[in-house]
Structure formats: structure tokens, C-alpha cells
Write a protein that binds this ligand. Structure first.
Ligand SMILES: NC(=O)c1ccc[n+]([C@@H]2O[C@H](COP(=O)([O-])OP(=O)(O)OC[C@H]3O[C@@H](n4cnc5c(N)ncnc54)[C@H](O)[C@@H]3O)[C@@H](O)[C@H]2O)c1
Ligand SMILES: [Zn+2]
Length: 374
């Protein structure tokens, strides 16, 4: 299946995620946060009924809710503001949103709008998937991570005390509106964490894109608008291409987990919240590159390029000061959900832009890699 991208004269990009009848557009660039009429024109074709519920949080509402409300016109619009934080991506909040929608008498033709980062998007998506057996929803992602990763691919979920994203559904939005102007208010660490996933797309799929990021690292670190439009579009194209091949993660989609087996182990050992997910993945991607040098012949020079680019984007690349032990990492990885039939699966790079899932990485190679970090 192909994914097409069109550029408009304003430099905006429209990309289509091709999933048959569940295909949907992603609008990237200036989608109208500075111009309610433009945003209204963009959103209107996707709202079929007269009811809309905006799900957002207490941090984002004061910054961007007004722009969305101004674009929604005379419809019945109800706003649910959740508390900010991963721990509110819960069944408890899910129930509160369900109660709210029923209390406000939303029906099957309502449209939900997720205004926020991945937490709001994942929760709102799961509500949309299940409210009255499924209603329309639109994603308005406001973090870099949600613009390049969580709003593409249709995974929706809430957490359970026993694990992250344990309750969820595959459910695609009708459209995604990724406005780059909202990224100006994003805290530095959150911004850099989003860039980690962007670098990942270069490593797993597109060596030229990786080189482009090396050449434009400074512009990226400074949140240059043209650079942002480019990386968000290319990231969505890559994720959409991978997801189109494998919507429900039967195989190929697993390459999106590059750096994540290590990254998840780091997050788990440090306790969720100490490092941001993207920061842990940044270190994990360097570890995966080292393992790839050892295991699958990735040139050492490419491993060093990965490390250098992540550093230039203000991301951590070592475990310095984190006091993690190699044995603990291995144990934590043994518990990782990517263990299939007792085999530990790693995404390894053969060369820049080409990766594969390897089930036969030896414990010796793994220990050797970890020894360089722990
Ligand atoms: N569905 C998927 O495929 C997928 C993929 C990756 C991650 N995720 C999920 O995404 C979540 C993480 O998403 P995230 O990194 O966007 O975190 P987040 O939603 O917690 O947002 C990060 C912080 O930035 C704030 N924020 C959001 N937009 C802002 C803006 N424009 N200006 C200022 N502050 C802003 C938020 O309020 C929050 O405090 C996790 O729950 C993860 O499981 C899902
Ligand atoms: Zn990730």
C-alpha cells in the first residue's frame, strides 16, 4: 500500500495513511492555530454530526483550547479536562470521560477531539473506540512525540496497575492535525524526547533522512519551523509505511521497537518517570547500535554517527550517573514483553537505514555490549 504526501504553496504537508477504508490524512505545518477560519475549514469536513467533545488536559487547555473552540462554531461542544500525567491514562479517567459523555447526552454521531500529547491521544482514542461501540475521533497532537509517533498507527490504550497500555484497541482517527506552532511551548526535555523517535525512523528505514538530520542538527535543536515540518512529515511517512504493511504488529511493525528493548529495561529499572521515554530510548538506540556492530556487522562509524547526532539533539547516550548493573538490565529485558517463546528479540541494524528482528542474539554479545555501558 502506498502513502502519498502533497506539499501546498504554504509549505504545509498532507500525508495519507493508507489503510483501505480506514485510511486517513495527516495535516502537518500551519494547520490553523493562528487562524480559526483556516482550522475550521480544515476540521469541518470530518465532523458529521452536531456534537463534539474535546478531551484535553489542565496544561494544554490554557494554551490551545481557545483556538480549537473558535474553530468548532455553533455545534454542541463539551470539554473534558483531565489531570496532567501518565498516571491519569487510567481506567479511572476513562470511566470519568464515559460518564461525562453520557451526562452530556452524546450519541453515536458525536466526534471526539484529542487535544494533547500521547497521554490524551491514547486515552481519547480508547474512549472513541468503545463509546457506544465506536465513534469518530480526530487527533490534534501537541507534543513532538505525539505528532511523529503516537497519533499515527491506531494504537489506543489506558494503563493498568500491572502494566502500561494493558487495556486498549486498534482504532484509527478520521484525521490528524499536527500544527508545528504548538511545539514552541513544549519543555526542552519533552521536545528532545520526541526527537529520539525521529532519529529512530532514520536508523530503521531511511539512511538519507538520517544524513539530513545530521546536516540540520542545529536547526532541529533550535526548533526551526521548516526543519520541523520536514521531520514530522517524514516521520509520519515512515511510521505510516511500516504500519500499512503490518497494522496489527504481526511482524514487520516490530522494527519500530528499535532501541526499545534496552530503553524499556532502563525505564523499568530506574522507575517510570525518572527518564522520559524518549531519553531512555536514546540510550537504548546507542546500545542497540553497539550490539549491531558486534552482532550484525553495522560499521562502527555508523554507530558513532548515531551517538553523535543524539548528543547534538541534547539527548543522553550513556548510563553515566544512573548506577545500573548489567545483570539487572538482562533480567529486566528477560521480563520484557518482546520476549516471544522464551527468545529475546532485538531489532538490530545491518547498516544505516536497514534493520531486522533477530531472535538469535547470544547472551555473550549482549553482555559484551552492556559491559561498555554499565
Ligand atoms: N499510541 C501509540 O502508538 C503510542 C506511541 C508512543 C507513545 N505512546 C504513549 O504516549 C504517551 C506519551 O506521550 P507524550 O510524550 O506526548 O507525553 P504527554 O502526553 O504526557 O505530554 C508530555 C507533557 O507535555 C505537556 N504538553 C503537551 N503539549 C504541550 C505543548 N504544546 N506545550 C506545553 N506543554 C505541552 C503535557 O501536558 C505533558 O505534561 C505515553 O502514554 C505512551 O505510552 C503511544
Ligand atoms: Zn517509543
Amino acid at each position: 500500500m502506498s502513502n502519498t504526501t502533497n506539499t501546498t504553496t504554504s509549505g504545509n504537508q498532507t500525508l495519507t495513511v493508507s489503510l483501505g477504508e480506514r485510511s486517513y490524512p495527516i495535516f502537518v505545518g500551519d494547520v490553523g492555530f493562528s487562524d480559526p477560519a483556516k482550522l475550521a475549514n480544515g476540521i469541518a469536513p470530518f465532523i458529521k454530526g452536531n456534537q463534539v467533545a474535546v478531551i484535553t488536559n489542565e496544561t494544554i487547555a490554557p494554551l490551545y483550547l481557545q483556538q480549537i473552540l473558535a474553530a468548532l462554531g455553533n455545534r454542541q461542544v463539551d470539554v473534558f479536562q483531565m489531570q496532567d500525567g501518565e498516571r491519569y491514562k487510567s481506567l479511572d479517567t476513562y470511566t470519568q470521560v464515559m460518564d461525562f459523555l453520557l451526562e452530556k447526552k452524546h450519541n453515536r454521531s458525536t466526534c471526539l477531539i484529542a487535544l494533547g500529547g500521547g497521554v490524551v491521544g491514547d486515552l481519547c482514542g480508547f474512549v472513541a473506540a468503545t463509546f457506544q461501540r465506536g465513534v469518530d475521533f480526530i487527533q490534534v497532537p501537541t507534543t513532538l512525540l505525539s505528532q511523529v509517533d503516537s497519533s499515527v498507527g491506531g494504537k489506543t490504550a489506558v494503563n493498568h496497575p500491572a502494566g502500561k497500555n494493558m487495556i486498549g484497541a486498534f482504532y484509527q482517527p478520521l484525521a490528524v492535525f499536527a500544527d508545528i506552532s504548538v511545539l514552541t511551548t513544549l519543555p526542552d526535555r519533552e521536545y528532545a524526547a520526541g526527537l529520539a523517535e525521529v532519529v529512530k525512523y532514520g536508523i530503521i528505514y531511511d539512511a538519507d533522512f538520517f544524513t539530513w538530520m545530521e546536516d540540520n542538527a542545529q536547526a532541529l535543536a533550535q526548533r526551526d519551523e521548516a526543519a520541523l515540518t520536514h521531520i514530522i512529515t517524514r516521520s509520519c511517512e515512515v511510521k505510516a509505511a511500516v504500519v500499512s504493511e503490518d497494522e496489527r504488529e504481526g511482524g514487520r511493525r516490530a522494527i519500530l521497537n528499535y532501541g526499545h528493548t534496552f530503553g524499556h529495561a532502563i525505564e523499568k529499572l530506574l522507575g517510570y518517570g525518572r527518564l522520559l521515554h524518549g531519553e531512555a530510548v536514546s540510550i537504548g538506540m546507542v546500545m542497540a547500535a553497539r550490539l549491531s556492530v558486534e552482532f550484525s556487522g553495522l560499521p562502527l562509524e555508523d554507530c558513532q554517527r548515531i551517538e553523535k547526532l543524539l548528543q547534538q539533539l541534547n539527548l543522553p547516550v550513556t548510563l553515566e550517573g544512573l548506577a545500573l548493573k548489567s545483570e539487572d538490565m538482562i533480567e529486566a529485558m528477560g521480563m520484557d514483553k518482546k520476549v516471544v517463546d522464551g527468545e529475546l528479540r532485538f531489532v538490530v541494524a545491518d547498516q544505516m537505514g536497514t534493520v531486522r528482528v533477530a531472535a538469535d542474539v547470544s547472551i555473550v554479545a549482549l553482555e559484551k555490549t552492556l559491559a561498555e555501558f554499565c
